[in-house]
Design a protein around this ligand. Structure first.
Ligand SMILES: [Zn+2]
Ligand SMILES: [Zn+2]
Length: 86
């Protein structure tokens, strides 16, 4: 289920659900969407969707994700003081 080529530092649930399949409206808050993949309730579905898709580079430590791996790399360096190799 989890792609082996997506070798990040920790396990992130990688899902095969489509954008429309991944979310159901939250019962507790009308503004929120519940992710079927990780059960998190989020406001920004699009942003959260991309945090599960391996073709984008998602930060494993915060909700940030970037289309370019080097942008993520500098994010990790600046925000989390980590140097990662991909
Ligand atoms: Zn999720
Ligand atoms: Zn981050």
């Amino acid at each position: 289920m989890v792609s082996k080529s997506f070798g990040l530092l920790q396990d992130i649930p990688v899902c095969t659900l489509t954008y429309n399949e991944m979310f159901t409206p939250s019962h507790s808050n009308m503004m929120l969407w519940k992710c079927k993949n990780c059960s998190k309730e989020v406001t920004n579905r699009w942003h959260h969707y991309h945090s599960h898709t391996p073709q984008r580079s998602a930060c494993p430590y915060c909700p940030a994700s970037y289309s370019r791996i080097d942008t993520l790399r500098s994010h990790m360096k600046i925000k989390h003081n980590l140097f990662i190799k991909f």
